[in-house]
Ligand binder design. Sequence first.
Ligand code: FA5
Length: 368
Amino acid sequence: MTNEEIPNLTAFDEAALDKAFAALEKQARDAAAALNGAEAVEAFRLHWLGRKQGLLKDVSDRWLKSAPADAKKLLGVRFNALKAVVEGLLDQALGAGPSDAALAAEAIDVTLPGTRRLTGAEHPITKTQNEIIRVFAALGYSVGVGPEVETDYYNFESMNFPPGHPARDTQDTLVIANQDRRSQRDRLLLRTHTSPVQMRTMETQPPPVRIVIPGKVHRNEADDATHSSTFHQVEGLCVDTNITFSDLKGTLDHAMKALFGSSVKTRLFPSFFPFTEPSADVQISCIFCGGKGCRKCKQSGWIELLGCGMVDPAVFAFAAEKQAAYDPKKISGFAFGMGVERIAMMKYGISEIGQFYAGDMRFLEEFV
Ligand code: FA5
């Protein structure tokens, strides 16, 4: 029976009403008797008692509302009785539960293999980043973060990049457009390294400081097998009284051994960064050939992994503008910055940096 099949009531005397409601009740009882299974019971419930399109709702709308005032009470009594019958039929059907046939069809075959749910896993970059952090956390370092959209001041000026330094050039740095009205130091850019968080940390925290700062950085560079325009770094900063270059060397030697195995050797090679003096690149003995020389290390036996150095007094002077305790005459410190992709590539023998970003499950599943 569809809702359209509810006849219009033309007579409202008791006999006519009894007849009309009896017909509906018979429909309901016949339908309930034929119910088989939970789905059919639910369909019955919706068909008769559904709040929006149920048959009883329609009866109420079409019969009760159009009835003359003196017939409303007669109709209401019969309507409530019919509703009680339908609800009783539904209760009965629900109480009866699914038929044996339905149960047999739905029974679980415990001998079948289960369904394996993929719960996801750490991306190799996250995994490597966390490994690096763990090594330094064990040495008492805390972990910090900083913004990816950075000001010229933190990314360059306070890091002692002299005016006209090539890294400031828009060819190397991705800058935010339409900032001509801002002063140079307030202009926004995508940070090119995690070093600005050194300054943000010192401005808010007096020495001693031991912190590592993981994060994403961006450079306006062409992608190739070992370079990406977006990559990850972990910055490190240690400031205290009497921190020396040998502390830097010992710390990084320990970290490289913890990451690559105790047989790995490290050496420092002179380098230049505006914010450290002296500066060095850390090289490790090639983990592919053990230092004998191979294609991966360009026959040199060494692979360059990160930059480091003693914090330049000019950087401490910028920090001292907000925290007087960073007086370069009283304190000293070292800093380092490593590329997470490069370390992951070394650890897992990956030759294409682009594989980290391609989202290919065959590659990612290797790290589960
Ligand atoms: C820096 O970014 C310095 N801020 C590091 C530093 C920190 C030095 C503190 C001293 C004190 P550099 O540009 O060399 O330095 O980058 C550091 C590391 O990031 C590199 O050793 C390399 O591992 C990685 N790296 C650099 N460019 C890319 C790139 N395009 N793709 C992937 N990794 C890169």
